[in-house]
Ligand binder design. Structure first.
Ligand code: COA
Length: 252
């Protein structure tokens, strides 16, 4: 489930489904998309901070949802959430420890400040799952990290640590685990204390060049992603996860 709280002009969005490693269902995306849409219009909110549990950010999209629900469309809760973070006008912060898989990593590419603990474990396993990158990451990651660094992370889809994420450019700072949430909250409060219109105008200026390209990339990715979701490759990869075995791609 998703918990939200607004305090001291900071909206906290907490991903809380510990029994499934905070895997995100359609209902959870819808709740986050609604919270962001509301926050953009709410003068009481100046900053949004997204986090999971102290030891787990999110295992990404719920793989049962991927298997059982219809492909993503432009109006699906996932897409609404992704468009929401890509086009959000106020600063977005994230605090990450433990697994940050799939969208758990790609949503960070849209954040303005990302705090990670040394135990954070990032992964974009789209290719190993028979899928393609989403959330505009096929454009954003090469843009942020440089082509070869992005290619390694997206083509191989293997887990990597906070140092590598910092080197790739999408982690702002690595914070000791015990100070992670407090440090992120201090960052959020510091931004919330600044002149809000200047903050929003600065973010809009920084994003005005590449923002439209992120949206274009999302549209293109969405089409291929939907096709891939029902592919035999994806079915084999996801079924293997739940059967706790290695997938076999030798017959494709
Ligand atoms: N969707 C649905 N269920 C998930 C899930 C996901 N993305 N990630 C984890 N779970 C469930 C597991 O099936 C397991 O459920 P069970 O207790 O009913 O068997 C439970 O959460 C705990 O997961 P487990 O794999 O035992 O935890 P772990 O600590 O060994 O590993 C992860 C954690 C995140 C590394 C691992 O769960 C994982 O790789 N998950 C899949 C991530 C993924 O591919 N996401 C999609 C990206 S596009």
């Amino acid at each position: 489930m998703i918990k939200t709280e607004t305090k001291d002009r900071v909206l906290r969005i907490e991903i809380a489904r510990p029994e499934k490693k905070n895997a995100l269902t359609q209902e959870m995306y819808a709740a986050m998309a609604d919270a962001l849409a509301h926050a953009d219009d709410d003068a009481n909110v100046r900053v949004v901070l997204i986090h999971g549990a102290r030891d787990c950010f999110t295992a990404g999209n719920d793989l049962k949802d991927f298997l059982n629900r219809p492909p993503h469309t432009e109006t699906s809760p996932t897409t609404r959430f992704l468009r929401g973070i890509a086009n959000f006008g106020k600063p977005l912060l994230a605090a990450v420890n433990g697994p940050a898989v799939g969208i758990g990593t790609t949503m960070l590419l849209h954040c303005d400040l990302v705090y990670a603990a040394p135990g954070a474990r990032f992964q974009m396993p789209f290719v190993p799952l028979g899928l393609v990158p989403e959330a505009g990451s096929s454009f954003l990651l090469p843009y942020i990290a440089g082509y070869q660094r992005a290619a390694e992370l997206l083509l191989l889809g293997q887990p990597f640590d906070a140092d590598k994420a910092y080197a790739a450019g999408f982690v702002t700072s690595i914070v000791p685990e015990k100070e992670l949430f407090e440090g992120a909250r201090a960052g959020a409060l510091a931004i919330a204390a600044l002149p809000p219109a200047a903050v929003r105008a600065t973010k809009a200026l920084m994003r005005s060049r590449f923002g439209p390209r992120v949206n274009e990339a999302m549209t293109e990715e969405g089409k291929v992603f939907s096709e891939r979701l029902t592919s035999p490759e994806a079915r084999e990869a996801m079924t293997a996860f739940f059967e706790k075995r290695k997938p076999d791609f030798s017959r494709f």
